[in-house]
Design a protein around this ligand. Structure first.
Ligand code: PMV
Length: 375
């Protein structure tokens, strides 16, 4: 039987109170498949699920989250502006952190390794038997093994405000936050590059054959151009002016592994077509790089539209993504596209005026949306 431990009543009461205090700004914190597993295991209680489904704030001001968790190790969420999927095949991609993060800390514990999600009132003792690890334990076990900490006892607490499977890099951010928390607690002395490399290994568990872009942004927390390769490379991107984007979330979980596998299978069947799409996306990304520098928003928007057209052609969009993109265009977006793996997840849109009205329209249509600033 999996070994679960419920929180003491006093602590639970504190967290219920805490949730009410922050109810208007409570982050939606979910990652990987942990939620499904915990629900199945009967470990999520009604008082906590309210927090999980609470709307993501329209305008992200992280004050309450940072006040509470500011001192902790962090991994950043991200959006991909240009080049998802093509990046898996060696093309360039542009990504930026968003002000949603996962934070973690490590505390002393007498017995075993406990993985805790205090905001959900759940904690779980990690299995010793590696064949019985759940999908959210497996990356933590890998990290402990790689850092030579598998025999130590501890309690790892994770606080996520990145919605699960929404194409916003939640799993990579969790890995980075846990690695950094362990690094701090046990004074391992990891460099950012070492954090990034280990987070990439975790991503391989979660996604099979990731490009490495998510863990790179989660680690370095800055806009960048990324290219996979024998040794992956990235360059920080310095925008002259920050660009406001709207992120619309479908609420439909997109499986990055599934979408990447779908593209791989499509490419296996029709190599010429897929390679030409990958090539096109790469040249859009290169053009976008030059355009971002000149801050030509109209052209950036057009490039986003064209990029999305190619993503549609390789079958990674969805009905909900298309609806959000239609809403964005209906409100005068310069450009809109899916972001991340697709098949659900999130989209981004660029507006001349920041797009405040569209956030309401997306919400009225039953989706969640927020404004983020890039750069
Ligand atoms: O869905 P996300 O946030 O994990 O983004 C995936 C991006 C892909 O290009 C589709 C895959 C990858 O590993 O780069």
């Amino acid at each position: 039987m999996p070994s679960f431990r419920k929180l003491p009543e006093k602590e639970k009461a504190r967290m219920i109170q805490d949730r009410h205090l922050h109810s208007s700004s409570a982050p939606a914190g979910v990652f990987g498949s942990v939620m499904g597993e915990l629900v199945e295991a009967g470990e999520i209680e009604i008082w906590k699920t309210g927090e999980v489904v609470s709307p993501v704030r329209a305008k992200i001001g992280l004050s309450s989250f940072v006040d509470e968790h500011g001192g902790m190790a962090a991994g950043h969420g991200k959006i991909i502006l240009f080049g998802e999927h093509a990046v898996v095949y060696g093309s360039r991609a542009i990504a930026s952190p968003i002000p949603l993060a996962v934070r973690a800390r490590v505390l002393g514990e007498d017995d075993g390794v406990w993985l805790a999600f205090p905001r959900w009132g759940v904690e779980r003792r990690m299995q010793k038997d590696s064949t019985r690890l759940t999908s959210f334990e497996a990356p933590a076990a890998l990290i402990l093994g790689e850092l030579g900490l598998a025999d130590r006892t501890m309690r790892i607490e994770v606080f996520s405000e990145i919605p699960r499977s929404m194409g916003l890099g939640g799993s990579a951010a969790v890995a980075v936050a846990i690695i950094r928390a362990l690094d701090r607690h046990f004074e391992v002395g990891l460099s950012d590059d070492a954090v990034n490399a280990l987070a990439y290994q975790c991503e391989c568990i979660a996604h099979g054959t990731p490009s490495g872009i998510d863990n790179t942004v989660a680690t370095f927390g800055q806009p960048l151009v990324y290219q996979k390769g024998a040794s992956p490379s990235f360059q920080p991107l310095h925008l002259k002016q920050p660009i406001a984007m709207i992120v619309g979330m479908t609420g439909v979980e997109g499986s990055t592994a599934e979408m990447v596998a779908r593209v791989r299978e499509g490419r296996r069947r029709n190599r010429t077509f897929y390679d030409s799409v990958i090539q096109e996306i790469d040249s859009i990304t290169v053009q976008a790089l030059e355009t971002l520098d000149s801050n030509d928003l109209v052209l950036i928007g057009e490039l986003m539209n064209t990029n999305h057209g190619f993503l549609r052609r390789i079958g990674v969009s969805s009905r909900e993504l298309e609806e959000l993109i239609r809403i964005a265009h209906g409100h005068g977006a310069y450009g809109a596209k899916l972001t991340g793996g697709g098949g659900g997840g999130s989209m981004i849109a660029l507006f001349p005026d920041g797009g405040n009205r569209v956030v309401e329209a997306m919400r009225d249509a039953g989706y969640q949306a927020m404004e983020v600033r890039i750069g």
